[in-house]
Design a protein around this ligand. Structure first.
Ligand code: GAP
Length: 492
């Protein structure tokens, strides 16, 4: 039997390894399942994601400040926030294969199978029953049996009961491994912001409404990590807690929903693959008065990129009660204490970087003329401009180095002198570099270069002294090109 052609995700995973975006972790020791290391281009991509987020959430406004709180906090933080008691996923084992699954994911998978067979009504009914069963182990178990879910490994339905599995990673602080020294790695960055509420207000004299933004690692002992870097046990979050008067929370909730959705569009994400999904009442976390997910249509289906939630005054109240320190804001004008409500846009950095990779992937042409191209927004591309001497002689490498040194002050640059120009263009296309500059014999006499653009493969002659201004104008005016050729389009 012939091998099936690689899927879009297979191609992206392979490109990521080959070009140095993402490597499987601990590879030389056989790997550490569903764990990844970000390579030289991957860290640049993630840095662009984080910079774009920080620029939009902090630098472009006067009412948001930053924070970098500890990963290991007092366990009391997680007791008060409810994570120790309730941050759990429903787990089920198959007795034959000994495989472990998330019960809700199994049911979602069953609904997806029905949908594939054209049984949309049955799939919708199953999804609806799943919503009603969330949080109820017995109901989830019954639904798995009734809907005929079979273990993908053993093909049997000899399931255990469903039980709750806490996702917190446990560790010990100091040399003694006893209960007094138990600590936890944070499962979200948000709580570090809540517990510093008074510190930030005192230090910055911020008045409501204002926000505190944080980017950092979070850890969850996920039962079923997977889909490349979409769901991992160690990941970076970009979260902002927006504190406001309680009666203004609905207004700010709508505002942040809109802002966050627009952020993805501004960075070039295909609008036809992006949607906002409001949570149904019975999907809401117990502390939330509203929540909407920004979702992207990945090759494996619509999935959450970011949640925007109205967390009410739940967290500040819980920490006030548990710590005995009132986390309230004093309204000088009206001489009253306010327990602020919180609107939280919470995004994942790895997931966003993966979205940009999937969304940017394109293939063009046939056979040996085929090129793979990552159509990143120039602000997201790991390399903005690559400089090539046409040949490695006659003063061209020196001239190219001179030009690259000027460009380097404004853009992320690369200089490449090996292989044919065609091969160099293909490599830069594949890593998503929007501009290439070639220095040839004429450059030495008339001080012009060839500027080649990734998307349209257009080439034009530009005076060296106008390069910086031309590139800046092209970056500002960049528009997402019409996507997308066959394979990439079909996968969405
Ligand atoms: N403070 C709210 C909070 O943490 P969440 O929906 O659990 O909410 C926010 O997480 C975002 O963090 C998600 O939308 C996703 O982008 C990212 N995220 C969560 N779990 C993840 C995981 N296991 N792997 C990668 N990213 C994850």
């Amino acid at each position: 039997m012939s091998k099936p052609p690689p899927s879009l995700m297979d191609k992206i995973v392979s490109l990521c390894k080959r070009r140095g975006f993402v490597f499987p972790a601990s590879e030389i020791y056989g790997g550490q399942g569903s764990t990844y290391d970000w390579g030289p281009l991957g860290v640049e991509l993630k840095k662009r994601v984080k910079d774009a987020w920080w620029e939009s959430m902090v630098y472009s406004r006067q009412d948001v400040v930053g924070l970098d709180s500890a990963i290991i906090q007092s366990p009391d933080v997680w007791r008060a926030s409810g994570h120790l008691g309730g941050f759990a996923d429903p787990l089920i084992d198959n007795k034959t294969s000994k495989q472990r699954y998330r019960a809700d994911h199994l049911i979602e998978g069953q609904a997806a199978k029905l949908r594939k067979k054209g049984k949309d009504a049955e799939a919708d009914a199953l999804d609806a029953r799943l919503l009603g069963a969330i949080g109820d182990n017995a109901a989830l178990h019954a639904l798995i049996l009734e809907s005929g879910v079979k273990d993908p490994v053993s093909g049997t339905d000899d399931w255990t009961e469903v039980r709750q599995f806490n996702l917190m990673f446990k560790t010990f602080v100091g040399p003694l491994e006893d209960t007094a020294n138990v600590a936890y790695l944070r499962p979200e960055t948000a709580q570090g912001i809540f517990i510093n509420f008074n510190n930030v207000v005192t230090a910055t004299r911020k008045k409501l409404p204002f926000g505190v933004a944080q980017i950092g690692k979070s850890f969850r002992n996920e039962i079923t990590p997977g889909n490349f870097v979409f769901r991992t046990r160690e990941f970076e979050q970009m979260e902002m807690e927006w504190f406001c008067e309680p009666e203004e929370a609905p207004k700010w909730y709508l505002y942040w929903r809109e802002q966050r959705y627009q952020w993805y569009l501004d960075l070039g994400v295909d609008p036809s693959c992006l949607r906002m999904r409001e949570h149904a009442e019975d999907e809401l976390a117990h502390y939330a008065a509203g929540c909407a997910d920004v979702e992207y249509q990945f090759p494996f289906g619509w999935s959450e990129l970011e949640g925007v939630a109205n967390r009410t005054d739940y967290d500040l109240k819980k920490h006030s009660e548990a710590s005995g320190t009132a986390l309230t804001w004093f309204d000088q004008e009206n001489q009253r204490h306010v327990a602020p409500f919180v609107i939280e846009p919470a995004a994942g950095c790895d997931r966003t970087a993966m979205t940009f990779l999937v969304d940017a992937y394109d293939e063009e042409g046939e056979g040996k003329d085929q090129r793979v191209v990552l159509r990143f927004h120039p602000r997201i591309a790991p390399v903005t401009v690559a400089v090539f001497p046409l040949v490695k002689k006659e003063g061209m490498p020196e001239k190219a180095a001179e030009i690259e040194a000027v460009l380097r002050k404004r853009f992320r640059t690369e200089i490449e002198a090996n292989a044919s120009i065609g091969k160099r263009y293909r490599r830069q296309d594949e890593i998503g570099t929007p501009f290439c500059v070639t220095v040839d014999g004429d450059s030495l006499t008339d001080d012009t270069v060839t500027l080649r653009e990734r998307d349209g493969m257009t080439q034009e002659r530009i005076p060296v002294d106008s390069l910086v201004a031309t590139l800046e104008a092209r970056i500002d005016g960049w528009r997402r090109p019409q996507r997308r050729s066959s394979a990439a389009a079909a996968a969405h």
